[in-house]
Design a protein around this ligand. Structure first.
Ligand code: FAD
Ligand code: SF4
Ligand code: SF4
Length: 409
C-alpha cells in the first residue's frame, strides 16, 4: 500500500480585503499597527489620535476595503496581524512548540518572578520595579539589541504618548513609567529602519508583542527579522485620550499638566504636583475605554519573551513572567550580574490570584463568533443564584462578590 503523501501546507492568499472584512470591520482590530509598519507598498495609513488608532487603506482605486497590491498577490498585512484567524495558536506553536493547555489562562511560561532594578534611579523612575528600564539598558549594553521601540511623550504634553525609538540608556530612562492611553510602539519601526538598525526590542501590550511571533510563523519575510526581543506589558485596557478633558479636569479639577504620576490599582490613581493624591472609581472611567480594547482577550501579553505587570501587594516590584528560552537566558544573566533583585512571585498570593482572574476576564471578552481556540478553557461566568425570598426580619444583604470578578478593571 502506498503511504499517504504528507498534507501540503495551504498557500497563504489572504490580503487586505480579508483583513478588512475579518478584523477591522468586525471590531477585533486593536490598532497595534503591525499591518501598517510591515506593508511593503506603504498603502496602510494610521492616525495616532484621540478616538482613532485604527489602520485604513490609503489608495481608493478598489474602494477602502480592497487593495490592488493584494489582488496581485501581496499578503504581508495578514501575515503580520495578531488578531487574524488562528493567531494565538500560530504564535504559541512558533514560540513554545505547542498550544497552551486549557488552564493556562495567562499563557505559557517558564518562570514567575518579582523583580526590581538595583539601580536607584531606574527603580524610582520605573512604574513598578523599574525592571523594563533595567532590562532595556542591559540588552543595549550586552549587544542583544541596537535600539528599542517604546512609548515616549510629546514635548508639550507629558501624558500624550507617542511611539519612539530609544538607543541609549539615557533615552531609555526618559521613557520609563506607564501612560494609560494607547501608544502603538511598532510605529517607531520606520525610524529604526532608516537608521539601518537590525536588532530591536519591542516593548508593548499583548496586542503589540503578539505581532512578531505571528509574522515569524506566517513567514512574513525580512520585515520580521529586526524584532529580536519582545517585552510585554500586562494590560486590561487603555483609555481614550479624551478622559483627561472630559472626566479628570471637569469633574475633579485635575489638570493634565499638574499630574506627576498615575497608576491603576483597583482604582485610577493620580498623584499631583502639589502633593495631593486622588483615586477615581474605575467604573466611572469605563466609558472612556478605547474602542480597540473592547474585544481583547490577552491580559498577560502571552507572546512576549518576558511579560511584566504591577499586580500584587507590593508597589515597587515588577511581576515578571519569563516565557521563552531567550527570556530565561537574559533574566538569569541579569540576576547573576546584580542588575536586578528577584524573588519567586508565588510568594505573593494576591498577585497569583489576580493574574489568573484578570486573564480570565479578558479572555471572556473575545467574541464567541471569532476564532474559538482563544477562549478554550475559559470558565463561564457564574450566574448569581436567584436571591431567596428575604425573611421578614432579615437585614438587607450587601452584594456578594462574584468569585471570578476582579477588584479592578
Ligand atoms: C496601557 C498600560 C496598561 C497596563 N495595565 C496593567 C494592568 O492592568 N495590570 C498590570 O499588572 N500591569 C499593567 N501595566 C504594566 C505596568 O504599568 C508596568 O508597565 C509594568 O509593570 C512594568 O513596570 P516597570 O517598572 O518594570 O516598567 P518601566 O521601567 O517603567 O518601563 C515601562 C515601559 O513601558 C513603556 N510604556 C509606557 N506607557 C506605554 C504605553 N501606553 N504603551 C506602550 N508602552 C508604554 C515605556 O516606554 C517603558 O519602556 C500596564 C501598562 C500600560 C502601558
Ligand atoms: S490588529 Fe493590528 S495588524 Fe491587525 S488589522 Fe488591526 S492594526 Fe492591523
Ligand atoms: S486591552 Fe491592552 S493588550 Fe488589549 S488591545 Fe487594549 S491595549 Fe492592547
Amino acid at each position: 500500500m502506498t503511504p499517504d503523501a504528507p498534507a501540503k501546507a495551504e498557500r497563504w492568499t489572504a490580503q487586505w480585503k480579508e483583513l478588512y472584512e475579518e478584523v477591522i470591520n468586525t471590531g477585533l482590530c486593536t490598532g497595534c499597527a503591525g499591518c501598517v509598519v510591515t506593508c511593503p507598498h506603504d498603502v496602510i495609513g494610521y492616525e495616532h489620535e484621540e478616538g482613532k488608532y485604527k489602520p485604513f487603506h490609503l489608495e481608493e482605486e478598489l474602494g477602502l476595503d480592497n487593495c490592488i497590491h493584494g489582488e496581485k498577490g501581496c499578503t504581508t498585512c495578514t501575515r503580520a496581524c495578531p488578531r487574524f484567524r488562528t493567531w494565538e495558536s500560530a504564535a504559541n506553536k512558533h514560540l513554545f512548540g505547542r498550544d497552551r493547555e486549557d488552564d493556562e489562562m495567562a499563557g505559557i511560561w517558564e518562570q514567575l518572578l518579582l523583580t526590581r532594578a538595583t539601580d536607584k534611579t531606574q527603580h524610582e523612575k520605573g512604574q513598578d520595579g523599574g525592571f523594563v528600564t533595567a532590562m532595556l539598558s542591559w540588552l543595549l549594553d550586552n549587544n542583544y539589541i541596537e535600539g528599542a521601540l517604546v512609548s515616549g511623550v510629546e514635548d508639550d504634553d507629558k501624558w500624550k504618548a507617542k511611539p519612539v525609538l530609544v538607543q541609549t540608556k539615557e533615552e531609555v530612562l526618559a521613557t520609563a513609567g506607564s501612560r494609560y492611553t494607547y501608544c502603538a510602539n511598532p510605529l517607531a519601526l520606520p525610524e529604526a529602519k532608516e537608521k539601518g538598525l537590525t536588532k530591536l526590542a519591542l516593548v508593548g501590550m499583548g496586542c503589540q508583542v503578539s505581532s512578531p511571533p505571528v509574522m515569524w510563523d506566517r513567514k512574513a519575510g525580512k520585515v520580521s527579522k529586526p524584532f529580536q526581543f519582545n517585552i510585554g506589558l500586562l494590560c486590561s485596557k487603555t483609555f481614550d485620550d479624551a478622559i483627561f478633558s472630559e472626566l479628570f479636569e471637569p469633574k475633579y479639577g485635575l489638570k493634565k499638566e499638574d499630574m506627576v504620576k498615575m497608576n491603576i490599582k483597583g482604582a485610577f490613581q493620580i498623584w499631583m504636583k502639589d502633593g495631593s493624591f486622588h483615586e477615581i472609581d474605575l467604573k466611572e472611567c469605563h466609558q472612556w475605554t478605547r474602542e480597540g480594547c473592547k474585544n481583547c482577550p490577552d491580559f498577560a501579553a502571552e507572546h512576549a519573551d518576558i511579560s511584566t505587570g504591577g499586580i500584587g501587594k507590593d508597589n515597587d516590584w515588577t511581576l515578571t513572567i519569563v516565557r521563552t528560552k531567550l527570556g530565561v537566558e537574559v533574566i538569569e544573566r541579569m540576576i547573576k550580574e546584580g542588575v536586578i533583585e528577584s524573588r519567586p512571585a508565588q510568594d505573593d498570593e494576591v498577585a497569583m490570584k489576580l493574574l489568573r482572574t484578570l486573564s480570565i476576564v479578558s479572555r471572556r471578552r473575545w467574541p464567541d463568533w471569532a476564532e474559538t481556540t482563544v477562549k478554550v478553557g475559559t470558565p463561564a461566568l457564574k450566574k448569581k443564584a436567584p436571591a431567596p425570598e428575604p425573611a421578614a426580619d432579615a437585614a438587607p444583604a450587601g452584594d456578594a462578590p462574584t468569585p471570578e470578578a476582579p477588584p479592578s478593571a
